[in-house]
Each structure stands twice: as C-alpha cells, then as structure tokens.
Design a binder for this molecule. Structure first.
Ligand SMILES: Nc1nc2c(ncn2[C@@H]2O[C@H](COP(=O)(O)OP(=O)(O)OP(=O)(O)O)[C@@H](O)[C@H]2O)c(=O)[nH]1
Ligand SMILES: [Mg+2]
Ligand SMILES: [Zn+2]
Length: 326
C-alpha cells in the first residue's frame, strides 16, 4: 500500500479534531491536519458528517484529513447560544427526512422550521409523521400538514409496525444521502434501525406526560444502507434557530411572496395595512410564523453585521500597529 496517496473519503462521525471516515469500503479513524484546522475561518469550515474529504492513509487504520471538498448541500442552523455562528449539521444531503411523533410531539410550526432549514440548505424534504400506530387520526394529520405547509411528501408511518416504512426506504435509493431530523423522542433512531434491519442505534422511551425524548442519540452519524443509500441519524435538538437570510425566508414562504405582489403598498408588512392581499388569504398560523422567522433572520443579519464591523476594526488596529513598526 502506498501510504502517501491522496484519496477521497466520506465523514461518518466528526468530533473535534478527529473523525471516522468511509474509505476504500471500510471505516477508518482520521485526524484533521493542523493546516486544515488553521486555515478554517470558522467551525463551519471543518469536516462534518456527510462531508467528502481529501485524505491520506498514514497507518493501516489511521488517515489524515487534509481538505474538505466543496459541499453540494448542507443542513445548517444558528449554533446554540448567543453568538452568530453557523453550525453545519450535515453536508451533501439530498433529502431531509423530518420526523415528528403523532403523540405530544406533533407541532406543525416546528415542522415548518425544519422545512425552512432543509430548503435553505438545498435539500429536498419529506415529512414523516411517526407513531401512526398510536394515533387513530393519522390521515387527518397528514392532510393538515400537506395543506398548511404545502409539501407533497407527507407520510404517516410507524417505525414500530413498519407501516409506511417501505415508502421511506424507496426514497433512499442507491447513492442518495438522507438525514433524519426532528425532536428527541420522535423515533428517528427506531426508524433507522428498522431500515438497516439491525438494532444499531440506541433508542429510549419518551416521558409519558409530554412525549419528550431523553436525548438518546448524541452524535450525528452516517450509515450505509443495504440499498446503497446513506442515512444520517442526528440527536434531537433543543432549539433550531435559523441560519438564513431574509431572502431565504421569503423563498420558503413563496406563497406569501406571490400574494404580496398584489398588496397595495410595495413595502406592505401584512400586519394592518389597507389593501393587503396576504392577511386574509393565508392561514393565520403560517403568517405568524413567517413574521417570526423573518424577525429571526433580521436579528441574525444584524448580529452578523456587528460581527463584521468588529472584525474590520480589529483588522484596522492590527494594520496601524504594523505601520508603526510594533
Ligand atoms: N408507538 C410507537 N413508538 C415509537 C415508534 N417509533 C419510535 N417509538 C418509540 O419512541 C421512543 C423514542 O424513540 P427514539 O428512536 O429513541 O427517538 P429519537 O428520535 O432517536 O430520539 P433522540 O435520539 O433522543 O433524538 C422509543 O421508546 C421508541 O420505541 C412508533 O412508530 N410507534
Ligand atoms: Mg436517536
Ligand atoms: Zn400585505
């Protein structure tokens, strides 16, 4: 084996300065080179699950990651906390499988938010309403989601009984990469185990009182399916703040954008202006959520501008010191 040959691998799990990658048909431990870490402008530039990376095998079971190849798509959120940082949850994803339990977890507005981050990242999306075995009104829920979110791919499934799981499997054909997104306890890992045909991922019962999960999955992990597709399991997130421009929000709410062209005022905010074409035509919950997500993206733009301003001040000060010969 030529140990210096550079090849391409795919990241399964990434943790700080180390990762596990698929290369030459096996899973190999990998370390990030200092140069890669140094060159990264932010955490979002470092390898994440789903990334294609350029590697060199340095030992039979150890590789070095030298470069992250350009991402075809990505699922990002604003990192938890107050900093304006992007966190890439998964890269090179074709399909976001947004999972929601048909128990106390069911929440159309949360689905809308996940849908927004999937679309912004360039991935197609399907909504899986899981635990259909414990909800007699699953069909109604499917209709409600389809109508309010205007998504075609909404499926009632049961990871327990297998209902609808064949439809999901068919979506993840050879070469397709899908990611499971959704709250803790929605049943993401249970579904993955069913599709894999093996109890690979740990699962845990939800709290009875409110169907909340116990944050059982702790890593984002890419798994190869027997079908030749790939599926990424993710931990349920406590918050999913947007990493999205206002234009991105407008694109997600394209129904509102289309109606807005008929509002009397060009800068209509669809709140209380006369001659508004949106307010009476759009579901109030959807309009409210549009306003909320737009405000969130405005706050993000504000925070980023501020960050940029401080960066340029720091840069100017550094240059000044240089000029003075410090
Ligand atoms: N009744 C029913 N229970 C399910 C179904 N799918 C999953 N569950 C149960 O829901 C609980 C949570 O499932 P998990 O697969 O651990 O949920 P998760 O989305 O992976 O949660 P995190 O890893 O914490 O993000 C477990 O007790 C599962 O057995 C289903 O289709 N029907
Ligand atoms: Mg899980
Ligand atoms: Zn309007």
């Amino acid at each position: 084996m030529n140990t210096t040959e550079r090849t391409v691998a795919r990241v399964c799990v990434s943790q700080g300065d180390r990762a596990c990658v698929w290369m030459d048909g096996e899973i190999v431990d990998a370390l990030l080179t200092g140069a890669l870490t140094y060159a990264a402008g932010s955490a979002a530039d470092l390898p994440v699950t789903g990334d294609w990376v350029a590697v060199r095998r340095v030992e039979p079971s150890l590789a070095l990651i030298e470069e992250v190849l350009p991402r075809r798509s990505k699922i990002s959120r604003r990192a938890a906390g107050t900093r304006a940082e992007e966190q890439v949850l998964a890269a090179n994803v074709d399909l976001a499988l947004i999972v929601c339990g048909l128990d106390g977890d069911f929440n159309v507005r949360r689905l809308e938010r996940y849908l927004a981050i999937a679309r912004e990242g360039g991935a197609a999306a399907a909504i899986l309403l899981n635990k259909a075995d414990v909800n007699a009104d699953a069909r109604l829920a499917v209709e409600e989601v389809r109508r309010t979110l205007r998504v075609d791919h909404v499926v009632a499934i049961s990871a327990h009984t297998g209902q609808g799981c064949d439809v999901v499997e068919a979506m993840i054909g050879p070469g397709v990469t899908a990611v499971l997104l959704g709250s803790s306890g929605a049943g993401k890992s249970t579904l993955l185990n069913r599709i894999l045909g093996a109890a690979t991922q740990r699962t845990a019962a939800v709290r009875e009182s409110d169907s909340r999960g116990r944050h059982t999955t702790t890593h984002r992990e890419l798994m190869a399916l027997p079908s030749g597709g790939f599926l990424i399991d993710t931990p349920g997130l406590r918050e999913i703040q947007l990493w999205m421009s206002e234009a991105g929000v407008a694109a997600v709410f394209d129904d509102i954008a289309a109606l807005a062209t008929q509002c009397r005022f060009r800068d209509c905010t669809h709140n209380s202006e006369p001659g508004c074409a949106v307010r009476h035509a759009v579901d109030p919950g959807r309009l409210e959520s549009f306003h909320k997500l737009r405000r969130e993206s405005e706050r993000l733009t504000g925070a980023l501008t501020e960050k940029q301003r401080w960066r340029s001040i720091h840069k100017a000060v550094k240059q000044l010191y240089k000029l003075r010969g410090h």
